[in-house]
Ligand binder design. Structure first.
Ligand code: C2E
Ligand code: MG
Ligand code: MG
Ligand code: MG
Length: 291
């Protein structure tokens, strides 16, 4: 299998594949089986507050534990799921596992809010608000413990259709976060129209911050704008201590990145919380958890 030999660069799904080709149909069938056979596993990456270095929550990031291809990252199958009608069940699986995990932590006395990534495709499903409410009810997790992350580009491209659903979710107590902020080419002022409580600055700005003064200026401007609009700011992609310090200087609220921890399976995260939650800055060496 050619893709397998390419190792980490494998593309399970090639977005140029035409709908209806035999190979694409075979991949869709494989993903449908993966959903049924619980091959989709949720990893969690901690988000840490820059002021007191306490854990602010975790982001749920799905992986496909493929029987022959190994661990496949979401960029390689989410687009396929979005185009083949599997994103709704996939979203359901991730929501369910994340909230069950959140419940399990609560039962251990740990208050760990979870953030789940949602495709606009799934958000626009007419049953979505009800589906979220049901999972919260079934797991007995407070709506405020759940944040839904939506990318800036996808929300802005379909803002009129998203708005009603977003307001319903916010009214139910769930929080909204604007993911990958800064890459969506929307005007910064459009942010004020979104009923979001959090902005996540895209990692492309953060990764270069330690060396690039211009990126520091951009990040500083986003932090100020978001704060002026009453929103919390999360930076993703913190890979070193210098970037952590610069973000603290800029007044950013929360940091997420390999410097703190890679996304981890729940049992590894529990160990991380025991060892690091009160003293981030000691990256966990987790080679097998990386995707
Ligand atoms: P995202 O929501 O922006 O998630 C952040 C991505 O950055 C994750 O990649 C994470 O592993 C990676 N990352 C975290 N810290 C660092 C760092 O310090 N340096 C670098 N270079 N990268 C870092 P991942 O897990 O491969 O996910 C990719 C994207 O797939 C996510 O981007 C999200 O848009 C999407 N995704 C993940 N899980 C789901 C899901 O359950 N549903 C949907 N619809 N999309 C998902
Ligand atoms: Mg995200
Ligand atoms: Mg992001
Ligand atoms: Mg992203």
């Amino acid at each position: 299998y050619a893709a397998k030999e390419a190792g980490r660069d494998l593309r399970v799904f090639d977005s140029t594949l035409d709908d209806g080709t035999p190979r694409r149909l075979a991949l869709v069938a494989e993903l449908r089986d993966a959903l049924r056979q619980s091959e989709l596993v949720v990893y969690y990456q901690p988000k840490v507050r820059l002021d007191d270095e306490e854990i602010a929550g975790v982001e749920a990031l799905v992986r496909w534990h493929h029987p022959t291809r190994g661990i496949v990252g979401p960029d390689d199958f989410i687009p396929l799921a979005e185009r083949s009608g599997l994103i709704e069940p996939l979203t359901g699986v991730v929501l369910e596992s994340s909230l069950r995990q959140c419940r399990a932590w609560l039962d251990e006395g740990k208050h760990v809010p979870v953030a789940v990534n949602i495709s606009v495709r799934a958000l626009l499903d007419p049953g979505f608000v009800e589906q979220v409410a049901r999972v919260l009810e079934r797991t007995g997790v407070a709506p405020a413990m759940l944040t839904l992350e939506l990318t800036e580009s996808s929300v802005m491209s379909d803002l009129p259709r998203c708005m009603g659903t977003l307001h319903q979710l916010v009214a139910s107590g769930v929080r909204i976060s604007v993911d990958d902020f800064g890459t969506g080419w929307s005007s910064l002022s459009q942010l004020r129209h979104l009923p979001a409580s959090e902005v996540k600055i895209d990692k492309s700005f953060i990764l270069a911050m330690a060396t690039d003064e211009h990126d520091i200026a951009v990040v500083g401007a986003i932090v100020k704008l978001a704060h002026d609009l009453g929103k919390r700011v999360v930076a993703e992609g913190i890979e070193d201590k210098l970037t952590w310090r610069k973000l603290a200087d800029l007044g950013c609220d929360v940091a997420q990145g390999f410097f703190l921890s890679r996304p981890l399976p729940p049992e590894r995260l529990a160990a991380w919380m025991r060892e690091n939650a009160l003293s981030p800055g000691h990256p966990v060496d987790a080679p097998d958890a990386a995707v």
